[in-house]
Each structure stands twice: as structure tokens, then as C-alpha cells.
Design a binder for this molecule. Sequence first.
Ligand code: URA
Length: 212
Amino acid sequence: MGKESVWGKIRAEISECVKCSLFKSRTRAVPGEGNLYSSVMLLGEAPGRTEDEEGRPFVGAAGRLLDKLIEEVGFKRESLFITNVVKCRPPNNREPKLDELMTCSYFTDRIIELVDPRVIVALGNYAGYYLFELKGGTEWAGVTKMRGRVYRLSILGAQRAIIPTYHPAAALYNPQLYEVIRSDFELLKTAVNVSRGLEGLLKFTKSRGGVG
Ligand code: URA
């Protein structure tokens, strides 16, 4: 099955999901969107009101900020893949619960395996917790301590570069954080280039019979 067919199946399952109680209050589930072949994934928290209405990730106020960040560091939104650790809006925009994040990881895992990104930007503490503690077997000490560098973790069967940063919504309340998030997004370019270089090296070594 091609990536598009698998993605169609995952999306349909998410839209009908009743694995946690968030299905009761959602308008639409928000599976995620973007380039299934991208080497970069942006992983957010959970849909807000606008996302719940439209069924698309990051299309409200935080999304506009995210679009600006993506463009400022030289990427195009549609060339990346964007999803959230929780796919349905928590009522009244409350924070997601740990059991909702863990239940939804049934889908988050499959989306990561399908897109298979080399680099994942963790937008905020929930994405950081999911990637580091739940998948990477590494302590997540909170975004303030962890941000500002690139980590290499083995996640769902592959080495991936992880860039933790604040959730863009944080910059809506504290505009000074915009430049901090932007400096973390700058790390994306290097991380993508390094991962391309590593892959090229691996292919070259394999073609010479060097690595099994
Ligand atoms: N915040 C998120 O974490 N995800 C969205 O899709 C929108 C806002």
C-alpha cells in the first residue's frame, strides 16, 4: 500500500475514533496534514477552537504565528508535515490529560512511522514529553531547560533529530518568546542538512559493503 492509501486509512480511523472521551465534544478530529514524504515533522499539542471547526492543524492564531516562523527560516508550510499529540480538541481549551496523550499515541506513532521524518520539532511540553519520555526513553525536563539544542534519539525504529521549543501559543501571551522560538527554528536548517548528509554517507558506505 502506498503512503497516501495508508494515510487515508489512518485519517478515517482518527475521524471516527472513540478511544477517549474527547470524541464527545469535538466538532471534527484533526489528524494532521502536509507532505507525507517530508523529512521534517512539526508536532503540536492539541487542536483549538478553529482547528476543531476546520479539521486542520494550526489554522488559528497560534497557526498564523507558526506559519510566519516556518517562512522566516526558509521553509514552506506545505513542504512539512504537521500534526498534534492529541487529535481532538479538549473542551474549553483545557490542557490535554496524560491518558488522552497516551491513548492518542496509537495514532501519533503510526503517523511518525508513516512519514518517517528525520527531524521533529516538538512544539511545547506535551510533544516533548511524548517524544522524550514515552518514545525516546529519556527524561523530559521541561521545555525551558531542554530547548536551544538538537537531540538525537532513537524513536519508533529510527534515529531522529529532535528540536524542542516553546509552543507558538506561548508567544501570543509573551511576545518576547517569539525570537526564542525563532532561534530554535533556525536549528532546523542545520538539522535537515546534517540528516541528509548522514543518510548520504550511510548509502555510500552500504554501497561499498561497509554497513549491514
Ligand atoms: N495548538 C496546537 O497545539 N495545535 C493546533 O493544531 C493548534 C493549536
